[in-house]
Unconditional design. Sequence first.
Length: 224
Amino acid sequence: MIFDAGDGKAKVGLCHMGNEAHEKHAEEDFQLLQSLEEWIVRDERFPEIEKKGEIEELERHQGSAHIQMPNQVSSESVMGVGDTVSTIDPLWGEGIHTGMKSGNLAGITALEALGTNPVNTSEQKMSDYDDRWWSEIGDNRWERNLMTHIMYRMNNQRYDQLMEDLKQSRQDKISQLNNGNLLKGISLMKIRDLPNIAEVTKNRIPQHPKINSLQVKVREYKPN
């Protein structure tokens, strides 16, 4: 990710998932910062930088972000926003917009809860935030999460090829992929990706919101 910071400066970021595919495909001497520097040198958007020693580092920040599917994003008197409830987009790593949106939705729910007489911050009332979160942020989240795990299990060469294929794709196809269209994502795959797709899908199906909700209801069911 590259953001123009003005005055000839840029914010450059790299996302890394330490999963089993990374353990399998990463080079023995892999270092995240070194990979970031090598990328900056190769990127055509920095033509003035020809070697790592020419990178002038002004600040460095690092941390973790989670892309797991949340079971719920609220409880009694509590609402989770931003990275606390995995609001980051799992497919591309964008989280500023969705984080701000989650704060806005939490604020709306809080105003409603505090505006009642008496004040109502029960778990049931806070679940209004869950409904809003899943409708405006978590829509197609399972599909996007599935595509993310398929992509992050690829080796570097296959991932680079996928990015090149995306560059050659029509804009409407990319837009559909961004909107969580699973069929458009699958259409970019190759025959050799099938075992990867099958393995990821098998592990992710139980996490689908509708299936997960059904499982919860079954566990909670108590026959008379």
